[in-house]
Design a protein around this ligand. Structure first.
Ligand code: ACO
Length: 377
C-alpha cells in the first residue's frame, strides 16, 4: 500500500492495533480494555488497572496480591537516581525534567533489560521518583516508600509525609485509573515507535515522558487551577469568562481534538471531585468549578457557535488533584504516574507483534545541487 496523502498530525492514520483503550469522539465514550471508563475508574484499585492493561482481564485475588508484592518490592530508587533528583531539585529543574532523568537512570543499575521487568519497574518507581524530587525541592529528605500502603496511598505519603485518609486515596485512585491510557496519544505513540526498534522499555518510557512534558500534551491542569482561583476571587464567573473570551484567551479545560461532546473523563472526575469535597471546608473550589463550567460552556457556544467546545479531562483533573493534596507543580508528573501504566502496556503489546515504525516523509527540498568549495560560498 503506497498512499501519498500528506497527514502531518497523523490524525487519519491507524498505526497500531490495540486491546488497551478505545475512544469514540462523537459519542464521548472511552473504553479501557473492554470496560467503559465509568465502570472501571470508580471500582478498581490502580494495581487492578495495571494488571488489566497487561493481561486483558481483571486479576484474581492471588494474582492481585502477587502484583502488589512485586510493585512494592520495586518501589525503591537506586542511589544514582536519588542523586540526580537531588541535583535537579537544587538547580530548580521542573518536575518533568526530573522524572525524565529518573526514568532513564533506572537502567543504570538493573541487571537485565527484560521488557516485562522493565515495565513493572517503571510503574513501581514513578511515585518514588516524583516524591523524592518533591521532597528535595522542599528542602527536605526523601521518604522511604511504605510497604503497608497501596500504590496511590504510598504516592501521597511520599509527597506529604502523612498517611492519607481513605477519601483522598479513592480520589487519587479514580484519577490514576481515568488517565491510565487514551488511545494513540503523542506520548504513547512515541513509546511504541521507540520500542519498535526493539530497544529497552525504559528507553521508550523516557521518550514518552519527554513527549508528555510538552504544553500541548500534559500541561493544562495547572492553568485551569489558576483560572478557577481568579474566577473565585472575582466572585463573578460570567464577567470573568466573558472578558477572557473577548480578550482572545482560550479557556483552559475546554475543547478537544477528538471529543465532540463532553470528555467522558470529565464526567468521572467531576463525580469523584464532588464526593471528595463534600462537607469539606474548602468545598468552594468545587462549587466555583461547577459554576465556571456551566458559564463557560454556554459562553463558548455563543463565542464559537456550533464548534462544540465542551469540558475536557484537564478541568476536573485540576480540582481533584488539588483536593487530594497533589501540589500544582506536580500535576503533569502525576499524569505520568498514571500514564506509565498505559505506556508500558503499549510497549509490551507492540513487542508481542512488532514491526518497526517507519513512516515516510515527502521531500520538499532542492535537487541536483553541485558542491561548492568552502572558499567559494
Ligand atoms: N477557549 C476558547 N476558544 C477555543 C478553545 C477554548 N478552550 N478551544 C478552541 N477554541 C476555538 C479556537 O480558537 C478556534 O477558533 P477559530 O477557528 O476562530 O480559530 C476554534 O475554537 C477551534 O479550535 P481548534 O484550535 O481548531 O481546536 P483544536 O481541536 O485544534 O484544539 C485544543 C483543541 C488544543 C484542546 C483547544 O481546544 C484548546 O486550546 N483548549 C484549551 C487548552 C486545553 O484545555 N488543553 C487540554 C486539552 S485535553 C488533552 O489534550 C489531554
Amino acid at each position: 500500500m503506497a498512499d501519498d496523502t500528506l497527514d502531518p498530525g497523523l490524525e487519519h492514520v491507524i498505526a497500531a492495533e490495540t486491546r488497551l483503550s478505545h475512544i469514540d469522539g462523537e459519542a464521548g465514550e472511552l473504553v479501557v480494555a473492554g470496560y467503559p471508563l465509568a465502570e472501571l475508574a470508580g471500582h478498581a484499585t490502580f494495581e487492578e488497572t495495571v494488571f488489566l492493561l497487561r493481561n486483558d482481564r481483571l486479576p484474581t485475588e492471588s494474582e492481585l496480591d502477587a502484583l502488589r508484592d512485586d510493585l512494592r518490592a520495586h518501589r525503591d530508587v537506586p542511589e544514582v537516581t536519588r542523586e540526580l533528583l537531588r541535583e535537579a531539585a537544587e538547580r530548580g529543574n521542573g518536575a518533568m525534567d526530573a522524572v525524565r532523568m529518573g526514568a532513564a537512570s533506572a537502567s543504570l543499575v538493573r541487571e537485565t533489560d527484560d521488557p516485562e521487568r522493565d515495565a513493572l519497574l517503571a510503574v513501581a518507581q514513578f511515585p518514588t521518583i516524583v516524591g523524592t524530587y518533591w521532597r528535595y525541592r522542599q528542602g527536605e529528605d526523601p521518604l522511604a516508600p511504605r510497604e503497608d500502603l497501596g500504590h496511590a496511598a504510598n504516592y501521597l505519603y511520599l509527597l506529604t509525609g502523612e498517611v492519607p485518609d481513605e477519601a483522598r486515596v479513592r480520589g487519587l485512585e479514580t484519577y490514576l485509573n481515568t488517565v491510565c491510557d487514551h488511545g494513540l496519544n503523542a506520548s504513547t505513540f512515541a513509546a511504541r515507535a521507540i520500542v519498535s526498534t526493539e530497544t529497552d522499555v525504559l528507553s521508550a518510557v523516557t521518550g514518552a515522558v519527554g513527549a508528555l512534558k510538552g504544553p500541548l500534551h500534559g500541561g493544562a491542569p495547572g492553568p485551569v487551577l489558576d483560572m478557577l482561583r481568579e474566577v473565585h476571587e472575582s466572585g463573578d464567573a460570567v464577567t470573568w469568562v466573558r472578558e477572557a473570551l473577548s480578550s482572545g484567551q482560550r479557556l483552559m479545560g475546554f475543547g478537544h481534538r477528538v471529543y465532540e461532546v463532553r470528555d467522558p473523563r470529565a464526567a468521572v472526575l467531576s463525580t469523584a471531585a464532588e464526593r471528595l469535597f463534600e462537607d469539606r471546608p474548602d468545598a468552594d473550589l468545587f462549587e466555583t468549578a461547577r459554576e465556571t463550567e456551566r458559564v463557560a460552556v454556554d459562553l463558548l457556544e455563543e463565542h464559537k457557535p456550533g464548534r462544540q467546545l465542551e469540558t475536557n479531562v484537564e478541568f476536573y483533573t485540576a480540582v481533584l488533584l488539588c483536593g487530594v493534596g497533589v501540589p500544582q507543580e506536580l500535576f503533569t508528573a502525576t499524569f505520568g504516574v498514571a500514564r506509565v501504566a498505559g505506556w508500558t502496556a503499549h510497549c509490551l503489546e507492540q513487542l508481542a507483534n512488532n514491526r518497526i515504525v517507519r513512516p515516510r516523509s515527502r521531500y520538499v527540498g532542492e535537487r541536483g545541487r553541485t558542491w561548492a568549495a568552502l572558499e567559494a560560498r
